[in-house]
Structure formats: structure tokens, C-alpha cells
Design a binder for this molecule. Structure first.
Ligand code: GLV
Ligand code: MN
Ligand code: MN
Length: 412
């Protein structure tokens, strides 16, 4: 079997997909089920059909593109990632695993390979939490980690529910039916950019993920008292933004004082009401994104944040309402998938680094229902979730080649 990656075609497709964006290049903004995202999904489905794959979509918009194996009743071997992009993002996050996965299947076909287990490209719906507040909605439903009722009730910024938005997007069926049967996948492999600097620093071209960090997300509402910026004297104030500012610093120090580099916390959203120059802020909404590779340590940072909330609420006479949206466990990657990836690297003569993923991925949830692994390629300076995110054509093609070889091993 001679595997050859069509690097030019893969890069052309990557550039084309980046044009489906609500931001000016080089930035990419592609929020799930917006008109531009729906166009991108249509374009992608056409590419899958052109490759001879049989395409179906489930009720939440996960796209499955299948190459039937010699034993079509046997569990499939899956690969894939996501194409939704946060506001002002780059063009590689998720997309490398989707278009790389597609090219891996095409390369296997060109080589004359015939899989025993079906091979399936899976494009996860709404990996990013931008629209509905919770990341990996598609894979949470596929794995049964989130109930159909809870998912359907999630709302976007305009108060529109997942249930309504997905129906307007033309998706049929019931969210209850998204969950996959336990033996659906024999194995799953996701190719992704690292989104951190470690591979580049190690000068190794590939990373094989051992463990995926545990994410938690918190929504905080701080309620103080508003009023005239000139009229209300300082001793009488219950300024919600000043309380939020102290809380943000307490959140930072909770993560820093865990004693581990793997503990990270980010306040990425701070909405101030009413947001007028001469009005004391009466209400502030914050979001907190918290991650760690160790569950107990992540949980103790959660407790430190809750304790800071109680202290600040008393000290500043404001009401603070925390709501945990998710608090997931980390996942270990499956030994058999890691072995398929490391054998493929060795056979092709590529060095690799065994490493943890500090970003979360749909693989975190797919690992609950199938042996799962991840292959990383470097991204320049570790940049991701920003317009200057970059992975070289050679690294993308190398990752795709190793992915294809691993898929061949797992589906033989
Ligand atoms: C995924 O996009 C993440 O935030 O880790
Ligand atoms: Mn992302
Ligand atoms: Mn991603």
C-alpha cells in the first residue's frame, strides 16, 4: 500500500473553507448554524460526496461521511473534528482534523486499500461554546454525556434554544436519537493542531496525546446597585464591576496557587450593565473557563473560586450567583489507538512526543464510548484561537499521512 497525501488539494480546501467566515481575513469567525456556517457545511458535504462517501446528518448537525468496509456490520473506525470557529479565530483549529481526515480517506482509497471495518469521517456540531455556552455539544449528545432535554433547552445570546435553532437550520429527527450505540466505533482518532507551544519547542513534528484535560465552565452574575456617577458617594457604593474586578483577580490567583502549570483559569467574557460612562455598574456577567489534567486539583480550584465568591459578596455587599455549566472529567487516550499512531510514526520514520492536551476536544467525550486517541501537529508559537494561528503545509500533510496509516491499521 503506497499512501500519498495530496498536499496541494488539502491546502486549497483549507483556504477555501476559511473564506466561509464572518470576519475579514486572516481572521475566521464561523459560529454554528449562522448562514455562513450552513454554507460551509454544505460545501463540506459536497466534498465528502465527491470523495464517494455516504453522508448523513443527525438531529444536532453532526455530519457522518462513511466508506463502507468489507464487514459493514462491524463497528466503524472514526476520525474527524469540527469546523465551527470562535469569533476572530484562525483557519486551522478543528479544520485540520476534518479536511485532513477527508484527505486521509481519499489517500487510502487511491492506494487501493480496502478496509474491513467501515471508515467514517465525523464532523462534530458545535464544538465551540460560543453560541450555546457549552463546548462539544455534538459529542456530548453522541456519548450520552448530556441529555437530549438539557441540550435542547440551552439558549444562545438572543434566547433562542438549541431545539429551535437546529430546526431552523433544517435538521430533522429528535435529539434523543443522537446518542450512538455502545459498539458503534471500534476506535476513534482526531487529528488537531496542538494549540500550545510544546511540540514546536520539542522540535518533534508530531504529538501523540496521552490524556485530555478536564474543563469546567462557570457563569457568574454579580448584582450590586447602580446610580449617578456623581451623586452616589464612595462609602455608599455597591459597584458590581469593582466586585467583579476583585473576583477576576481571585480566580487568577486560585489557578496560580494550585502549584501546577496544568491548572489554568480564564475570564473571557465580562458584560457590564448598563455600560454608560456616568452610571455606576449595577450588574456584571462573567464567564470562567477552568481546566486541569488532574480532576482533584481542578475541583479544588473550583472550591477556591466558590470561597472567593462568598468572601467578596460579604465584603462588597453585592449578590453573586455562580452557575456551573459543566465540570467534566479528564480522559485517558486508549492504548490501542496510541499504539496505532506510534507504529505509524515509526514506520514512516517520524519522531513524536507523548503529551497531554490542555485544550479540550470532542475526543474527550467520544472516549466515553470508544477507544479514542489524538494526534497533534505543531502550530507556530503555540498560537490558537487568534487570526495568526498557523500550521505549515508540511506539518499538516505529515499529520494526515500518519492519520491515514493509523486508520488503515485500526480498520484492517
Ligand atoms: C476548544 O476549543 C477549547 O477551548 O479547548
Ligand atoms: Mn477551538
Ligand atoms: Mn478545536
Amino acid at each position: 500500500m503506497k499512501l500519498e497525501i495530496d498536499q496541494n488539494r488539502l491546502l486549497t480546501e483549507l483556504e477555501t473553507l476559511a473564506t466561509f467566515s464572518d470576519a475579514e481575513p486572516p481572521a475566521v469567525t464561523r459560529v454554528v448554524f449562522t448562514p455562513i456556517d450552513l454554507k460551509a457545511r454544505e460545501w463540506l458535504i459536497a466534498r465528502c460526496e465527491e470523495a464517494g462517501l455516504t453522508v448523513r446528518q443527525d438531529a444536532v448537525g453532526n455530519i457522518f461521511a462513511r466508506w463502507s468496509g468489507a464487514d459493514p456490520g462491524a463497528p466503524a473506525v472514526g476520525t474527524g473534528s469540527h469546523i465551527d470557529a470562535i469569533p476572530n479565530a484562525g483557519k486551522y483549529d478543528g479544520v485540520v482534523g476534518v479536511l485532513g481526515g477527508l484527505e486521509a480517506l481519499r489517500a487510502l482509497r487511491r492506494s487501493g486499500f480496502r478496509p474491513k471495518n467501515s471508515l467514517e469521517l465525523l464532523v462534530f456540531a458545535t464544538e465551540e461554546p460560543t453560541r450555546f455556552g457549552v463546548g462539544c455539544l455534538g459529542s456530548r449528545l453522541l456519548s450520552g454525556t448530556l441529555s437530549a432535554e438539557a441540550a435542547g433547552r440551552l439558549t444562545d445570546h438572543d434566547g433562542e434554544s438549541v431545539e429551535k435553532v437546529r430546526r431552523i437550520a433544517g435538521l430533522k429527527g429528535n435529539l434523543q436519537d443522537v446518542k450512538l450505540p455502545a459498539d458503534y466505533y471500534k476506535a476513534f482518532v482526531e487529528l488537531h493542531i496542538e494549540q500550545g507551544p510544546n511540540l514546536e519547542r520539542s522540535q518533534k513534528p508530531l504529538g501523540i496525546v496521552t490524556r485530555i484535560a478536564a474543563p469546567a465552565s462557570l457563569h457568574i452574575s454579580v448584582e450590586g446597585a447602580g446610580g449617578h456617577a456623581g451623586g452616589v458617594l464612595m462609602p455608599d457604593r455597591r459597584d458590581a464591576l469593582c466586585a467583579a474586578a476583585e473576583l477576576i483577580l481571585a480566580i487568577e490567583s486560585a489557578a496560580r496557587s494550585s502549584g501546577a502549570v496544568d491548572s489554568v483559569a480564564t475570564v473571557g467574557v465580562c458584560d457590564v450593565f448598563p455600560g454608560a460612562v456616568n452610571s455606576i455598574p449595577s450588574r456584571v456577567q462573567l464567564t470562567v473557563d477552568l481546566r486541569d489534567t488532574e480532576l482533584a486539583r481542578r475541583n479544588s480550584v473550583m472550591q477556591a473560586i466558590e470561597s472567593a465568591i462568598r468572601t467578596l459578596s460579604e465584603k462588597r455587599h453585592v449578590a453573586i450567583h455562580p452557575e456551573w455549566l459543566n465540570a467534566d472529567a479528564p480522559a485517558d487516550c486508549a492504548p490501542e489507538v496510541r499504539a496505532a499512531l506510534s507504529d505509524s510514526c515509526r514506520t514512516q520514520g517520524f519522531q513524536f512526543l507523548e503529551m497531554v492536551s490542555r485544550a479540550y476536544h470532542d475526543s474527550l467525550f467520544i472516549s466515553r464510548i470508544a477507544p479514542t486517541g489524538m494526534l497533534f501537529i505543531p502550530c507556530r508559537d503555540g498560537y490558537s484561537h487568534r487570526p495568526d494561528e498557523y500550521a505549515s503545509p508540511e506539518d499538516i500533510a505529515r499529520g494526515t499521512l500518519v492519520l491515514a496509516a493509523a486508520l488503515a491499521r485500526l480498520s484492517s
